[in-house]
Ligand binder design. Structure first.
Ligand code: PCA
Length: 324
């Protein structure tokens, strides 16, 4: 009896030894965005669900706004087992494979229905690409459609010419350049400072990030061009996941599926709610003119042509599946 108990203890100990010596596992989870960001709220809910479902057996501590690991390092921190799980902006990885960046290509998927269809086409490819890095995707949630923040009304793309433009990935940098603007990469948590110091004077982001960074302090106009619906993704290190017992793994996967559904609903609700917050704080919300949209869509078409020419076969297969 004693012998059996000791054996059981020893194997449970071995199973969790990679990440700690306690029988209950403690995971650190860096995320790039602030506590009030709906993605972070959703992830905190996920952590709570996992803790409840495992009776405290798996404890996930969320570290928001890049406080533990900076956004550009989060993926590699999970990969190298510095942390067990983390969130990042999926299309940041477009330099590894265009399959990661397709959701940020202008005017490819511009509604939630399109975004869901694109994710369905993208997901199997993403799972395989991450598997090569010993990463397992848990869930992915979109931001609201991306709109334009400027000082004054933008009637045509010519009005964007020369503007110091905040960018968050390679696709947006390219889009801004093709519009004649001068892009600079700035993390979401650094937006207020970038505007207040004059580093940037315009941006494209969601109503969520606009409202959370108090865009009304720096710009006057919001134009919902709804140009793309980019996603965040949560990935776990495969060894960390494999070290969990089967019941705990199941609890994580169930909580993840719930978080994906909840996150998409939260995102949809954010679009109107946060656009209203922009208005309440004095911003002018202007529908884009036909001329502006045409100019921006032409840039999108040019980017698509280049994307097709330079993308991996896997990425092109996603595009083909999506346009079926
Ligand atoms: N907010 C994030 C990514 C897309 C979005 O809506 C940002 O601006 O960095």
């Amino acid at each position: 009896m004693k012998h059996f108990a000791r054996t059981a203890f020893a194997s449970a100990f071995a199973a969790t030894a990679t990440f700690g010596t306690a029988l209950a596992a403690d995971w650190d989870m860096p995320v790039p965005y602030s506590d009030k960001t709906f993605h972070t709220v959703n992830i905190s809910e996920f952590a709570k669900d996992v803790k409840a479902a495992t009776n405290g057996g798996l404890n996930i501590t969320v570290h928001s706004a890049g406080s533990l690991i900076k956004h550009p390092e989060i993926k590699n921190a999970v990969r190298s087992q510095q942390v067990q799980v983390g969130e990042f902006f999926l299309s940041r990885l477009s330099n590894e494979d265009a399959a990661f960046g397709i959701d940020s290509q202008p005017f490819v998927a511009t509604s939630y229905d399109d975004a869901a269809k694109l994710w369905a086409a993208q997901k199997p490819v993403i799972i395989e690409l991450f598997a090569k890095q010993n990463l397992v995707p848990l869930f992915s949630v979109p931001w609201p459609p991306q709109g334009l923040y400027t000082k004054g009304e933008v009637k045509t793309t010519a009005d964007l010419s020369g503007l110091k433009f905040r960018a968050y990935n390679a696709a947006l940098e390219k889009f801004a350049q093709l519009a004649g603007a001068a892009p600079t990469q700035v993390e979401a948590s650094d937006i207020p400072q970038a505007f207040s110091t004059g580093q940037v004077e315009a941006m494209i982001t969601s109503p969520s990030t606009g409202a959370n960074t108090k865009a009304w302090d720096y710009v006057s106009h919001y134009t919902p061009i709804n140009a793309w619906v980019p996603k965040n993704i949560v990935v776990v290190n495969k060894a960390a996941f494999d070290a969990l017992d089967a019941d705990t793994q199941k609890a994580v996967m169930e909580a993840a599926a719930k978080a994906e559904t909840r996150g998409w609903e939260m995102s949809k609700a954010e679009t109107d709610a946060k656009t209203a917050v922009l208005k309440e704080n004095g911003m002018v919300v202007v529908e884009p003119s036909a001329e502006l949209l045409k100019g921006l869509k032409d840039i999108g078409t040019q980017m698509q042509t280049e994307w097709q020419a330079s993308s991996s076969e896997e990425a092109k297969a996603i595009a083909a599946e999506f346009s079926k």
